[in-house]
Ligand binder design. Structure first.
Ligand SMILES: Cc1cc2nc3c(=O)[nH]c(=O)nc-3n(C[C@H](O)[C@H](O)[C@H](O)COP(=O)(O)OP(=O)(O)OC[C@H]3O[C@@H](n4cnc5c(N)ncnc54)[C@H](O)[C@@H]3O)c2cc1C
Length: 298
């Protein structure tokens, strides 16, 4: 019986494991090794490591955890997790099993890309979803926003903080009314309603949108709107509430509606940035250690 099982070894899970290891808790961290930001060569906005490769953080995190003898790491995927009278049980794809008094799901999220040729090829290389992560590197460049129908107008307006050369591609009729069109026009945002055929690039980086009529729209980068995120199956399996965005509504310390279960990082309700994920992992760890101390010193 471990004190805590952490599923997910991104910034949230690693940070939780570090705090709990320092509290001398018996921790099992299990990671399948498929982080959400694997496609991007640089991670921005993380104080102390702005612009570094995201894999560096994970490697260094694991190296630091090696100093804490009570923290064990299993590489692999948790296939199933259930609540048990004394805590939580997990079973791995390779049938390894473990039990913990508390559990943190730090499993991140999945983002489905628009079903258009070129999106997966150039994601992270000129095609982005988060202005906070990649807006600065594309400041003052001609930018396209991909958002079918009226979905992209908010993102287009948001991007005016980074560029004033913006085209909103609605990939068909936008359905935007006159007031919305006026608002976009007042901020210099052009609307392109022609259907998109594919994204094209040069030297492995996105360069232009090819429209179905053959015309091309050259731009420095493209930002796209994402639909609801797809959480790990474990979130629902363990009975967590889910928001319409696909995230788990957590409390101040990342606790969920399921007693003893915490959800930290992208999978929980807050801003989806690596530094926030790490902070959430630390918050969950703090709360769990406090709970276990209370239980053990009753
Ligand atoms: C393209 C892209 C670029 C980004 N750029 C930035 C940036 O510049 N700056 C920034 O701050 N943020 C950026 N982000 C967001 C950032 O990646 C996330 O906020 C951060 O990774 C969240 O950390 P996490 O620990 O919650 O999840 P993740 O880092 O996604 O880690 C979750 C881990 O859980 C594992 N896992 C999931 N299910 C299971 C299971 N069943 N069993 C075992 N393991 C499992 C996964 O394999 C993965 O390793 C970017 C995201 C994307 C997609």
């Amino acid at each position: 019986m471990r004190d805590v099982i952490i599923v997910g070894g991104g910034p949230a899970g690693l940070s939780a494991a570090l705090i709990l290891g320092r509290c001398r808790r018996r921790v099992l961290l299990i990671d399948a090794g498929h982080p959400r930001n694997a496609v991007t060569p640089r991670m921005h906005g993380f104080l102390g490591r702005d612009g570094r490769a995201p894999g560096d953080l994970r490697e260094e995190g694991r190296r630091e955890l090696a100093a804490y003898g009570t923290v064990e790491i299993w590489d692999g995927r948790v296939a199933d997790a259930v609540r048990a009278p004394d805590g939580f049980r997990v079973v791995m794809d390779d049938q390894r099993r473990a039990t913990g008094r508390r559990m943190i799901l730090a499993t991140g999220l999945r983002t489905d890309l628009p079903a258009i040729e070129g999106f997966s090829e150039f994601w992270g290389h000129g095609v982005h979803h988060c202005p906070y992560c990649d807006g600065y590197e594309n400041r003052d460049r001609p930018l396209a926003v991909y958002g079918p129908g009226d979905a992209g107008k908010g993102l287009a307006l948001e991007l005016t903080a980074w560029s004033r050369d913006l085209t909103l591609c609605t990939d068909g009729p936008s359905g935007l009314g006159a007031p919305e069109r006026d608002r976009l026009a007042r901020h210099g945002i052009r609307i392109e309603e022609r259907a998109v055929a594919r994204l094209e690039g040069e030297d492995g980086r996105f360069a232009r949108i090819r429209l179905r009529d053959g015309d091309a729209l050259a731009c420095g980068a493209l930002f796209f709107t994402t639909g609801p995120c797809i959480p790990s199956r474990l979130v629902e399996r363990l009975g967590c509430d889910l928001s319409h965005k696909g995230t788990v509504p957590t409390g101040d310390y990342e606790e969920t509606n399921v007693p003893g279960l915490y959800v930290a990082g992208d999978a929980s309700r807050r801003v989806q940035l690596a530094i926030v994920a790490a902070a959430e992992g630390a918050m969950a760890a703090f709360a769990i250690n406090t709970e276990l101390l209370r239980e053990d010193t009753r």
